[in-house]
Structures are given as C-alpha cells and as structure tokens.
Design a protein around this ligand. Structure first.
Ligand code: SDX
Length: 434
C-alpha cells in the first residue's frame, strides 16, 4: 500500500459494544480510502458493497478518473491531449512503463511490437474449429485462451522476463487475432501482418485486404483507428480489468486471464454496448422516433436502456465521448458520408436525453460507446467487430494493470465474502419423509 500522506488520519466506527479506529489513506488525487483490511478480525463484521460502488479494490498508479469533472488521466496525462498529440503504441509504452518514452525507447518498443505480430501457424487450424457464423468475441475468447497452449515460454508469472514477453506478445498479436476472427466469419483468407506498416494500418489491412488486389491504407482511416485504440486503452478498475486482476490473483497465466477479461468485456452493459448502441440507433432509424425510445428508457417496467448512455463513474460527459464525437464528424466528412442518418439520430438523441430531467437528475451522459460504433460502421466494420476492437485496444490496459498487480509484493488472492441469506444448519431428510 503506497500511502501518499504522513499524518495518520483515522476513521472511527462504532456499533454495538465495539469502537474501532481504522486507518485512512490519501491518494495523489481523488477520494481518501478507509482501510478495512482488519475490520473482520477486529470487528467480526463484513462490509457490504455488491456492485463495488464504494470500494477501492486496489491501489494503482496507472489511470485516474474524476467522474464529476469528466476527467481521464493515463499516468497523469489527460486523454484529450494523448488522443490529439500521441499515438497508440506510445500510449501503450506509457501505460506499461509509467513514463512517455524517449525517441529511442519508442523506436525500440515499436520495433519489438511490430516483430511479434505473427501468430504460431498452428493456430490457423484452431480457427477452423469454429462455425463460420461464430461471434468474433467467442473466437477471441477461445484463441487468446489457447495462447496458453502455444506460448509455454511466457506463462511463468514469477519470471519478469516471461511477464515482459507475454505482455508484448498480447499487445502485438491482438490485431492479428481480431482481424483473423473477422476474415474467418466472412469466409475470406487470412491476411498476414506486414512489418512496414504501423499498428493501426496493419490492422486495417489484415481486415480489409484481399489477395486479388493491392490494398492501400487510407491515412485518414488509419489515424482514426489509432485514435479509437488510444481512447479505449485503459480505464481504471472497470469490470473487465477487475476480472483480469481477480483471475491473475490466483497465479493463472496471463493468456488465460486476458481471455477472462475479453469474456467480461463482451457483456452489453460493458464493452458490448458499442454494438448494442449502433443497433439501437439503427432501430430508432429517424429522429421522429426518439421520444418513443426515451420514454422506454425511462419506463421501469421496460428493460430497455439507452445504450452508450450512463456510466458507473462518469456523472458528466465521458471525455472519450467528446473526442469520439469530434472524430465521427471528421471521419464521416472526410469519407464523404454526408448526412449519415445514424449520426443525425445520435446527435438528436444525445441532446434530447441531456435535456430530459430523468437523465439530467441521474447524471446520465454519453459514454465511450455512444459514437464509436458510428465511426467503425463508416470505416466498414460490421457491428460484430465493434467489441473485438474494444478488446484489442483494452489489452494494453489489462496487461498494464496485471503487471502492476503481479509486481506488488503485497499481492494476495482475491477472495470476497458474502451476506448469507440461505437456510441455517438443518439435518438431511430421507426422500420417503419429504
Ligand atoms: C463501458 O466501468 C468502466 O469504466 C466501463 C467503460 C470502460 O472503458 O471500461 O467505461 C466501458 O462499459 C461504458 C458503459 C457502457 N454501457 C452502456 O452504455 C450500457 C447502458 N448503460 C447502463 O447500463 C448503465 O449506465 C451502466 C451499466 C453503464 C452503469 O450502471 P450503474 O452505475 O450500475 O447505474 P445504475 O444501473 O444503478 O443506474 C442508475 C440509474 C437507474 O435509475 P433509478 O434506479 O435511479 O431510477 O440510472 C438509470 C438506472 O435505471 N440508468 C439508465 C441508463 N443508465 C442508468 N436509464 C436509461 N438508460 C441508461 N443507459
């Protein structure tokens, strides 16, 4: 535990005949935390926080989010500056190692990642075990988990060198894995990575090139793709990152743990929202149908929610949504996609929701998934590839958080307790007496 203050602040907790004094730790920035690690031993009680709405599960120096201000920092650098001035592999270096790289460090890192983008050739046959109509996320969960069976020389989490090799392999191979999942689903041959292309251009070419003709990467799309990767790179202790941390706390190998993170990200409440959001915008179809969907989103008897809206932490605009919205305008304009009906619906819906007291009272704003699908759709991706692209980009965040946890000597296996509401002790009853 890295406490950043000297004064020993404490919280007093009194209940029944007990009076406990619990340490308070202060962060670099953000809310203080009350250290309850000894609460059960000293007070014989648990805390209760099923959705972890008030629980800091770890300390971390990677990403900070201020939900009220709508601020997102990676190692202290604001996301809008990184999206404008940096690029994805430089952000990967920053997240992994904590500082922006020198020119030489960046060149070496990019060379290392570029030269690890190929997959073990035997993995080609692994893809063939899937149905052609398998969701690419199902394929990614399987293929990434299967990396444990191909890269035995980087599964020992106690070896710093093997941890480094596994980190680079995962960041480097994710675009190939995701692109091949797409190619497999459309019945086209796999396209191999090229070392003369940058990370985003390589991914676009592996997705859209065909052997029958040369493929020229559109620099506008490549820049937009790189920016989308940057905007999705890491996000503090979100559900999938917490899944990776919990899986890793048992000592499982990094490939299996990242596969667990991919599985969690797939859910429509989390990374699956980008696919669900575009499908929702298409279902709305025209601005005149927006009131009907706003009413459904507010109706407690209707499970429908506005996909791409709301966030556990942000109670203001998600700063990534701002950048994404600006990028959507630029990309569609540059692609000559005039008056994209889905983008028009999104803009009218955003304003209608923000103006509606229901959303304003609950501080529900567009999140990262609200505009990303519009850009990906305009770039030619099917909705089924939206979450795989999110997983591709988030791999560096998962791995950086995994690395931080594994390198913490205080790391313990995660093992939450519960509020038990089941039957008390009772004796077995023979079937003839039931
Ligand atoms: C991501 O955690 C991260 O950092 C995630 C992420 C990342 O980068 O890793 O940012 C990526 O997952 C973004 C979120 C993508 N999901 C969606 O867009 C799905 C739609 N959003 C919701 O399902 C919801 O907003 C959540 C899941 C994102 C957050 O849910 P919470 O924090 O558990 O909030 P809640 O469900 O308790 O909602 C609070 C209130 C409720 O109403 P009341 O009970 O107070 O009357 O707001 C309502 C909810 O019904 N509400 C919505 C809503 N989101 C919340 N009502 C309509 N539409 C919505 N989208």
């Amino acid at each position: 535990m890295k406490d950043t203050t000297d004064d020993k602040k404490t919280a007093k907790l009194s209940f029944g005949d007990r009076e406990l004094e619990l340490p308070i730790f202060s962060p670099t920035v953000g809310p203080d935390v009350i250290d309850i690690r000894k609460l059960y031993a000293q007070g014989d009680v648990f805390t209760y926080d099923p959705g972890f709405t008030s629980t800091a599960a770890t300390d971390s120096s990677i990403t900070f989010i201020d939900g009220d201000k709508g601020e997102l920092l990676h190692r202290g650098y604001p996301i809008d500056q990184l999206a404008e001035k940096s690029h994805f592999l430089e952000v990967c270096y920053l997240l992994l190692y904590g500082e922006l790289p020198s020119a030489t460090q960046l060149e070496d890192f990019e060379h290392l990642v570029t030269h690890h983008t190929m997959l073990h050739e035997q993995m080609v046959y692994f893809y063939r075990g899937f149905r052609r109509d398998a969701h690419p996320m199902a394929i990614m969960v399987g293929v990434v988990g299967a990396m444990s069976a191909f890269y035995h020389d980087s599964t020992d989490i106690n070896d710093p060198h093997q941890r480094e090799v596994a980190s680079i392999r995962l960041i480097a191979k994710m675009p190939t894995i995701a692109a091949w999942a797409y190619k497999f689903s459309i019945g086209q041959p796999f396209v191999y990575p090229r070392n003369d292309l940058d990370y985003a251009s390589n991914f676009l070419r592996m997705c859209f090139a065909v052997p029958a003709e040369e493929y020229e990467v559109n620099p506008i799309l490549s820049r937009a793709m790189d920016r989308i990767f940057t905007l999705h790179a890491d996000h503090e202790q979100n559900a999938s990152t917490s899944t990776v941390r919990l899986a890793s706390s048992s000592g499982a190998n990094p490939f299996a743990c990242i596969a667990a993170g991919i599985a969690c990200l797939w859910g429509p409440a989390h990374g699956g929202a980008n696919q669900a959001c575009l499908e929702m915008l298409r279902e709305i179809g025209t601005p005149d149908r927006i009131p009907e969907f706003i009413a459904r989103a507010k109706d407690k008897d209707d499970p429908f929610r506005l996909m791409g809206f709301g966030h556990r932490v942000y109670k203001n605009f998600d700063p990534r949504a701002r950048v994404m919205k600006q990028s959507a305008d630029e990309v569609l304009d540059l692609l000559g996609v005039e008056n994209n009906p889905t983008l028009q619906v999104a803009k009218v819906l955003e304003q209608a929701a923000i103006d509606d007291p229901y959303f304003a009272e609950r501080k529900l704003y567009p999140n990262v998934d609200f505009y990303s699908g519009i850009i990906l759709d305009a770039m030619g991706f099917p909705t089924s590839m939206f979450t795989p692209i999110f997983a591709l980009a988030r791999t560096v965040g998962w791995i950086s958080q995994w690395k931080e946890m594994i390198e913490d000597p205080a790391m313990k296996i995660g093992r939450p307790r519960q509020l038990y509401t089941g039957a008390p002790l009772r004796d077995y009853v023979d079937v003839e007496k039931r």
